[in-house]
Design a protein around this ligand. Structure first.
Ligand SMILES: [Zn+2]
Length: 261
């Protein structure tokens, strides 16, 4: 049986979410390690955190695939005493490679955080414009407060609602992560409500004040659902290529605790 290398995983990710489609400010692709490193165990996570590295060490993983990059801004030094420097030092010490698929993955109709949430919420007739996903609720119309609880269950996280409980929602816009200014785009695509990770006060006021509903699902909450989805797809792809590899979805919540899946 052929040995899997980091490069094969890189090539697969490039197929499902071409790295060249990432935003110019982004930092994606192989960020730590070597394309020629042999891989038997892979961990998929939203971020590299100390908890995720504990998990990688527990599984003896040689590769971590994340959504969020490290070294996002021009890194001049890597020091074990700094938060991020320490993560990079640990990966190098443990012979772990790291690949990030960030804004290129955000546009994937199948594996982005938005796509994972749309799937979890069983949205129908999904339209996508760049990072924005819009679709109809299967049992529309749904009260805003009922939809908020449904989103919270899907995310396994708390969701904050801006707008009235009894607003009736037929169409929901979704953009995982930090894109609260996207509510106007969601509305123009026919949505009565919009779910994103982080909502600033001025956008919450503008949305709720005009009869629109905004849901703040948290950055991890809105993008975390892509982790098991991407891990499963990568496992299936590597199985089809007949590699003997295990892909683990990270269960580590960045602020403490474990995900249930
Ligand atoms: Zn994000």
């Amino acid at each position: 049986m052929e040995t899997l290398t980091v490069k094969t995983v890189l090539d697969w990710l490039n197929e499902i979410a071409p790295f060249e489609t990432a935003e110019s400010y982004d930092n994606v692709g192989l960020l730590v390690g070597s394309p020629n490193a042999a891989v038997q165990r892979i961990l998929v996570a939203l971020d590299v955190t100390p908890g995720v590295l504990d998990e990688a060490e527990k599984h003896d993983a040689q590769l971590i695939v994340t959504h969020h990059p490290l070294m996002f801004r021009g890194t001049k030094r890597i020091l074990a005493e700094d938060y991020e420097g320490n993560l990079i030092c640990r990966m190098i010490r443990d012979n772990i490679s790291m690949i990030a698929a960030h804004t290129n993955l955000d546009q994937s109709p199948l594996y982005s955080g938005s796509a994972a949430l749309a799937k979890g919420l069983k949205l129908q007739n999904i339209r996508q414009d760049g990072f924005m996903f819009v679709g109809e609720l299967p049992d529309a119309p749904v009260r805003a407060d009922v939809l908020r609880q449904r989103i919270a269950a899907c995310e396994q996280d708390q969701v904050y609602q801006y707008g009235s409980d009894d607003a009736l929602i037929t169409t929901l816009g979704i953009c995982g992560g930090a894109y609260d200014e996207g509510f106007e785009q969601a509305r123009s695509m026919g949505a009565q409500a919009y779910l994103t990770g982080e909502v600033r006060h001025h956008n919450a006021l503008a949305a709720a004040g005009s009869g629109f509903v905004m849901f703040q699902g948290g950055h991890f909450g809105t993008e975390g659902p892509l982790v098991p989805l991407l891990a499963e797809a990568l496992q299936n792809a590597l199985n089809a290529l007949k590699y003997d590899v295990v892909v683990y979805p990270s269960k580590c919540r960045p602020y403490g605790g474990q995900m249930a899946f």
